[in-house]
Design a protein around this ligand. Sequence first.
Ligand code: SF4
Length: 391
Amino acid sequence: MPAVAYSLYIHVPFCRRRCAYCDFNTYARLEHLIPAYVEALRKELGCLAKAAGRPLAVHTVYFGGGTPSLLPAAAVGQVLDTIAQRFALAADAEISLEANPGTVSLAGLRALRAAGVNRLSFGVQSAHPADLRLLGRDHDYPTAIRSVAWARQAGFRNLNLDLIFGLPGQPLSRWQRTVELVLGLAPEHLSLYALTLEHGTPLAHQVEGGLLPAPDDDLAAAMYTWADERLRAGGWASYEISNWARPGYACRHNLQYWRNLPYLGVGAGAHGYAAGQRTVNVLTPQAYIRRLQRPQARPFPRTPATVQARRLTVEDEMAETMMMGLRLTEEGVRAAAFAERFGRPLEEVYPAAIPRLVEQGLLAWDENRERLRLTARGRLLGNWVFRAFLP
Ligand code: SF4
């Protein structure tokens, strides 16, 4: 059996300020911790490599956040050097970094490219000033246009742009205009997310207090369907519920998650899935730095930053393979791969749920009965479908 290739997620929990809808593990006004945090990241990577006892094959690296573009390019380069020294990093590894327009410069992007980053993901969110204001974003659309132009000048050939739809008071026409404008920037990849109102965020408070209308689910579904049709007609592959790519540009890092394959997570609050365990790191950057000051050896895949490690049952792994795999709208869950991995055919494991969801028009087999996939209706009701596979 070929050795498993890992993906590596690096969490960067710093932002200039908090956006109104955000409940990610990120902190404003802690940028002074960045040097110590980068040192801690390198130590945690060293601990993981040592605990593994051999150089693990790594084929994707993803700097996510937070705002990883707040890291100086030299710091990103140091982290990548540590990875190259302690892991078997593939020569063609996909190395992604999330960036916010307004936190990048042409020189900084050139330095990131020289350090080895080969994919950027910009949080554009909208082309309309009213949407950006409502979301509490720190940039305007002209800044996003300039950032994308600089990324191209710096040599990036693989760009993702994130957009959010279904905002309170956002009309369909405004969303359509955003998509059309952003297509004009010629990205290779688009992630389009429906707004979810996260409890405790300023945006949720405004809606709960009646200052803003609640998001309209039917309108959000219409926005999603319109964008999907528009992008497919333009030659985009709709490969995951919220992700579209030009041919050959599906995000390899995120495919690792959706295929339920192993990944290592380093940094504050990072999650990992390796050796049959799900791990979670300590949440705050201060506690994270403290834990890495005098690191104690722990058995793989734990590190001194791990605060939770749960061994998964086969039932858990099968359920996660279904819930993640069905997000892949074209690939779906391959019956042969499932049977090979778990030693049991899909229909035997889910004798009631699959026929019922097929009958309800939410799931469908492909013509050769090799792949199980969401239908167009199932895509709109994804969370409801996934629940049917919970152990
Ligand atoms: S930039 Fe991203 S991570 Fe930071 S506060 Fe805004 S939404 Fe959250």
